[in-house]
Design a protein around this ligand. Structure first.
Ligand SMILES: [Zn+2]
Length: 105
């Protein structure tokens, strides 16, 4: 299984385990340089975009990519809300209680 396939499979697992399978289909891929700049580029070396109803997640090749992928999954869930929204804080707290960090620490 290639890296992109691993990331795609990990997203599907996160969706099933932590989002009740309710996230839409997302195209996940590793990139050398993130396409997005400015406020939509995340501090965790990833980026989420939505083009014509299709979500895309780009990840840098980094040993913490699973953590970044979950961060981007929250963007998909709360799209287009920002990191500073009340819903963002609530969602991060929900994932922490659900034990997500046990997967990446
Ligand atoms: Zn972000």
């Amino acid at each position: 299984m290639g890296l992109d396939e691993r990331a795609q499979a990990q997203f599907d697992t996160f969706n099933a385990v932590y989002f009740n399978g309710e996230l839409p289909d997302v195209d996940v891929r590793f990139v050398h340089d993130l396409r997005l700049d400015g406020p939509r580029r995340c501090r965790l070396l990833g980026a989420t975009s939505k083009v014509g109803g299709q979500f895309f997640i780009e990840l840098r090749r980094d040993h913490m990519w699973r953590l970044t992928l979950m961060h981007e999954a929250v963007h998909v869930r709360l799209w287009p809300r920002s990191h500073k929204s009340k819903q963002w804080k609530q969602e991060v707290q929900r994932l922490a209680v659900a034990g997500f960090l046990l997967e990446v620490f």
